[in-house]
Design a protein around this ligand. Structure first.
Ligand code: GFB
Length: 311
C-alpha cells in the first residue's frame, strides 16, 4: 500500500535517534505533512494532552519512536522510571491512536524483550520463553506491554497497529552523555576526548566479551517506512543488521576510526549485561528490506555527527 505523500504523519520522538532518522527519511521521500512535537510542546506522560493533540492534528499514520531510553547503567539505576514512564508514554500514544481512529501505527520495541539466555539468533517466537536480563528488565517489560497492546487492539478492534523490534541502534542525534548513553556513542566520546587530551588510557565497562549487533538509525528508518507500507500482522518483526561483534572488537574499531593510540582498560566493576543479543532478521530480509550501512562506515558517519554537535 503506497502512503499518499500528503498524509498527516505523526512521528512521536522526532528529535531522538530513531525518530529523527524517520523524519529525515520521510522528508527525503517527499512527505509534506509531518507532525512532530518536542517534550516542551507535548508531554507524552499526560493522557489528556496527547488526546487533545490527536483531536486537533488528526494524524492518519503514527510512528511511536518516543520512549525513555538509556544504556546499561541508566537502565539498571532507574528501573522505576523506565517502567512507569514508558508504560505511560506508549499507552497514551497507542490507545490514543485507537480512540482517534488512526489508520496505521508502528510501535518500536527493543531486542531486550528476549530472555537473557535465549538461543541465538533470536527468533520472534522466543519472546516470553524465559527470564529477562535484570539490567534492563523494566524497559523490556514496558516494551513487551506495548507489543501486546498493539496486538490486542488489532484482535479486539481490528486496528492496523504493528510492532518492529530493532537491535542496538546508533547514528545521528545519539545521546553522548557518558552516564546514560549506550556503548557506541559512549566510546566515540571517550576515544575522541582521550585523543584530544593525549591521555594514555581509556576505560571501557565490563569484560569486553559480550556480543552485540549494531544497526545504523538511517537503515532502521528505511525499515520502518518499508513496514508501514508493506507489513500488516499481529506478529511483531525483528529488524537487525545480521551479524554481531564483541564489545572488545567494537572498541578496537572505534579506536581505529578515531585514530587513538593509547591503551584500553576494562572496568570489571561495571555490568556486562546480556552475553549475546543477535536478532534473527530473516523474516524482514525475506520481505525485501536489507541494511545498507556497514559498521565501520556507520561509525564514521556517527563520529562526523558527534564532531558537528559535541566535538
Ligand atoms: O549499549 P549498552 O549500554 O547496553 O552496553 P546493552 C553494551 C555493552 O557495552 C555492555 C559495555 O556489556 C557494557 O558493559 N560497555 C563498555 C559500555 N564500555 C561502555 C561504556 O562506556 N558505556 C556503555 N553504556 N556500555 C541496553 C539496554 O543494553 O541496550 C536497553 O540497557 C536497550 O534496555 C539497549 O535494550 C538497546 O546492549 O547491554
Amino acid at each position: 500500500m503506497e502512503i499518499p505523500r500528503d498524509s498527516p504523519i505523526y512521528i512521536a520522538g522526532h528529535r531522538g535517534l530513531v525518530g529523527s532518522a524517520i523524519w529525515r527519511k520521510l522528508q527525503q521521500l517527499g512527505f509534506t505533512h509531518l507532525l512532530g512535537r518536542t517534550r516542551a510542546e507535548l508531554n507524552l506522560l499526560n493522557a489528556a494532552a496527547v488526546r487533545e493533540f490527536y483531536d486537533r492534528e488528526k494524524p492518519v499514520y503514527v510512528f511511536v519512536a518516543a520512549a525513555k531510553v538509556g544504556g546499561i547503567l541508566a537502565n539498571s539505576q532507574q528501573p522505576a522510571a523506565f517502567l512507569y514512564e514508558n508504560l505511560l508514554i506508549q499507552n497514551n500514544l497507542i490507545h490514543g491512536a485507537y480512540e482517534h481512529g488512526v489508520k496505521k501505527l508502528l510501535f518500536l520495541g527493543s531486542s531486550c524483550i528476549y530472555p537473557k539466555l535465549a538461543p541465538q539468533p533470536l527468533k520472534e517466537d522466543y519472546m516470553l520463553s524465559g527470564p529477562l536480563e535484570l539490567t534492563n528488565e523494566s524497559y523490556a517489560i514496558a516494551k513487551i506491554a506495548g507489543i501486546k497492546l498493539c496486538a490486542a487492539l488489532r484482535r479486539q478492534y481490528g486496528c492496523d497497529f504493528i510492532s518492529a523490534m530493532p537491535t542496538n541502534m546508533y547514528g545521528a542525534n545519539d545521546n553522548y552523555d557518558l552516564q546514560t548513553s549506550h556503548v557506541l556513542p559512549a566510546l566515540i566520546r571517550k576515544f575522541h576526548q582521550a585523543k584530544a587530551a593525549s591521555a594514555p588510557t581509556v576505560t571501557c565497562w565490563g569484560s569486553g566479551t559480550p556480543l552485540r549487533e549494531f544497526l545504523h538509525s538511517d537503515d532502521l528508518a528505511e525499515a520502518c517506512f518499508f513496514l508501514m507500507e508493506n507489513y500488516s500482522a499481529e506478529q511483531f518483526i525483528n529488524v537487525g543488521y545480521g551479524s554481531d561483534i564483541s564489545i572488545r572488537n567494537l572498541a578496537a574499531l572505534i579506536q581505529k576510526v578515531i585514530g587513538y593510540q593509547g591503551e584500553i582498560i576494562w572496568d570489571h566493576s561495571k555490568p556486562d549485561g546480556t552475553p549475546r543479543k543477535l536478532l534473527d532478521s530473516s523474516r524482514i530480509f525475506e520481505l525485501g528490506w536489507r541494511p545498507k550501512i556497514d559498521l565501520e562506515k556507520g561509525i564514521r558517519l556517527a563520529y562526523d555527527d558527534f564532531r558537528d554537535h559535541c566535538g
